[in-house]
Design a protein around this ligand. Structure first.
Ligand code: ADP
Length: 592
């Protein structure tokens, strides 16, 4: 680059100087010619007048003297007067004179104006001279066009010398600057590499042979590298160390995790935290990273565990579960803390999970197991007791035998129902609950329900009313499952209504749907629980439920079954006043 710039400057200088020389030369020539032409013209005018007068007076010697003087004084190459068709009558070169005496008459000319010609560096002007009554003559003067003057040649030479001196100077400067230009070029390239992301010192260093600039540049690079090394070392030494730089796919993967992930160092400073961790801890991610982890964790027991693991006092994984305050959205968070390798300067990793749902499900399952065991044991115990009694006394007393068999029958049906519910729930969970669809005679279903619950209602002194329509629509579905759903609802109404209450089952057809309202005057359901009661194993948090057996599965099953039929179950309830469960089922046609 440096060489090509030098060459270009030299070439421009050369061309400019040549052009300047040529231009001066040309202008000078043109000027000289104009001067010569002007003086020739004025000589011609003067001579023309004298020649005409002397010819008319036939003073040939006078004419020749005038011509000779003019040629000498004006420095002419030649000066002559030629008679048309007769020959030269006067000439600066006397040897050319051909006409010694003027004839009486001589020829005439066609040309009337003067003319000019130039040949071999000689400028010639001619003009006709008319001698009335005698003839025409031609006056001709010629003079050499003066060549370039010595001064001009000197100017040209001067220019040439200046140009050459300039070139030499340029060459000397170029030779001196070449190394420095190279250094600047190399520094430029290094800067471009730096801007392009190159950070390796080795790739940015330039050859020290390029001079002082190159040395200064290399020194600056070395200082920069050592400063960076020191800063890095200082950051490693300072508490917190360098921030964990998770980049690319790993960072994306960590950010996409629904569990919170926090990496901390031995000083309990956060080196990395994903978005979920920030959300769980209720802190902005920016505020979490590089800060102490303790304030974000809050819980003293958890902080102790984290501190022990980060300091290497505990070398196994520890799990702490914390009940989150209502201000942070409640629920249970599980913190799993484990040590990580020392080399990467992180001391512990904390994994945060929301286990609220898991806990709720666990609790529900545990309470179900307790309830189910109780529910199964009660009928089984009754069956065993009544079988023993029938065996002992039944042989002698037919009434005792009949009453025993009655109880055994009732208890085994209860047992069957519980087991059936449990099976159905597991089918729902596995998604394998299938319907055996047929035309269902709904009127018969309600008759059956009435018969089944009459004794139970009577026992509890509950007024059980069935408000049934005169005309019954046809419903398509799984009869057993529909019976199961309605059975659970009416059973609950009686179960959760104290003695002396009322239970009404109202059936109507409304807008192509069968609508069944099961209304009771029972204990009611709290406002916050009307949706929860449909979740499996859920039982209302009501002290009065302590004495009432149940699995928390009935409503789950009922809603699931009704929804499988294209319908739904809704509930309206007021605590201590009663509840209405409304079942809607699509209707196929009017029964015959
Ligand atoms: P359970 O076997 O406990 O009755 P269900 O799924 O049938 O289970 O009902 C879930 C819960 O809903 C019950 O435990 C009870 O708290 C509440 N519940 C259901 N029906 C009624 C009702 N008619 N009146 C008051 N509470 C009811």
């Amino acid at each position: 680059m440096v060489a090509s710039t030098g060459l270009a400057v030299a070439a421009i200088l050369l061309v400019a100087m040549t052009a300047a020389g040529w231009w001066t030369f040309r202008n000078e020539r043109r000027g000289l010619r104009e001067v010569r032409e002007g003086s020739l013209r004025s000589t011609l005018v003067l001579l023309e007048e004298s020649a005409a007068r002397l010819l008319a007076a036939e003073e040939l010697s006078g004419l020749r003297t005038v011509v000779a003087n003019a040629a000498r004084d004006e420095g002419l190459a030649s000066c002559r007067v030629t008679l048309a068709g007769a020959g030269i009558v006067a000439d600066s070169d006397v040897s050319r004179i051909g006409v010694q005496r003027l004839p009486e008459r001589w020829g005439t000319l066609e040309a009337t104006a003067s003319e000019m010609s130039e040949a071999e560096g000689v400028l010639t002007l001619r003009t006709p001279v008319r001698i009335p009554g005698r003839g025409d003559a031609v006056l001709e003067v010629s003079a050499p066009l003066a060549g370039t003057s010595p001064a001009s040649w000197r100017a040209q030479a001067g220019l040439g010398v200046i140009g050459a001196a300039g070139m030499v100077a340029l060459l000397l400067v170029y030779r001196r600057m070449r190394a420095r230009f190279r250094a600047i070029g190399a520094i430029g390239e290094a800067l471009r590499a730096l801007a392009g992301g190159e950070t390796a010192e080795a790739a940015l260093v330039i050859s020290p042979t390029f001079g002082a600039e190159a040395e200064a540049w290399n020194r600056m690079l070395a200082e920069r590298a050592s400063e960076r090394r020191e800063a890095l070392a200082a950051r490693v030494r300072e508490p917190g160390g360098p921030r964990a730089d998770l980049s690319g796919e790993l960072a994306q993967a960590c950010d996409a995790m629904w569990q919170g992930l926090v990496l901390i160092d031995e000083h309990l400073r956060v080196r990395y935290a994903n978005g979920a961790a920030a959300a769980f801890l209720g802190v902005k991610r920016d505020q979490l990273v590089d800060a102490e982890v303790a304030p974000a964790l809050g819980d003293a027991r958890l902080i102790d565990v984290v501190r022990d693991i980060a300091a290497g006092r505990i070398r196994r994984r520890e799990t702490v579960e914390i009940q989150r305050g209502a201000d942070r959205g409640g629920g249970i968070l599980r913190f799993s803390v484990r040590p990580v390798r020392r080399e990467d300067s992180a001391a512990a990793i904390i994994l945060i999970e929301d286990v609220t749902q898991q806990r709720v499900a666990d609790e529900a399952r545990n309470s179900f197991v307790a309830h189910a065991t109780h529910e199964l044991r009660t009928p089984l115990t009754n069956i065993r007791l009544y079988v023993e009694r029938a065996l002992e006394e039944g042989e002698k007393d037919a009434t005792v035998r009949a009453s025993c068999l009655n109880v055994i029958n009732r208890e085994s049906r209860r047992l069957e129902r519980i087991v059936g519910d449990m099976l159905s729930v597991s089918e729902i969970e596995a998604g394998s609950l299938k319907l055996r669809v047929n035309d269902v005679r709904v009127d018969a279903v309600f008759e059956e329900l009435r018969d089944e619950f009459a004794a139970q209602a009577q026992e509890k002194k509950i007024k059980l009313t069935f408000a049934l329509p005169p005309k019954w629509p046809l419903v398509q579905g799984d009869r057993d499952k529909i019976v199961l759903a309605l059975h659970n609802l009416v059973g609950n109404a009686i179960k959760y209504t104290p003695e002396g209450g009322e239970v009404t089952v109202k059936v109507e057809e409304e807008g192509g749907r069968l609508v069944v309202d099961v209304t009771d005057t029972g204990i009611g359901i709290g406002e916050g629980e009307t949706e929860l009661i449909f979740e499996k194993f859920y039982r209302a948090k009501d002290e009065r439920l302590a004495g009432i057996t149940g699995s928390g599965l009935g409503l789950t099953l009922a809603r699931e079954v009704v929804r499988l039929h294209g319908g739904d179950i809704a509930v309206r309830s007021q605590l201590n006043k009663g509840s209405t469960f409304t079942v809607t089922l699509p209707v196929t046609a009017q029964a015959a």
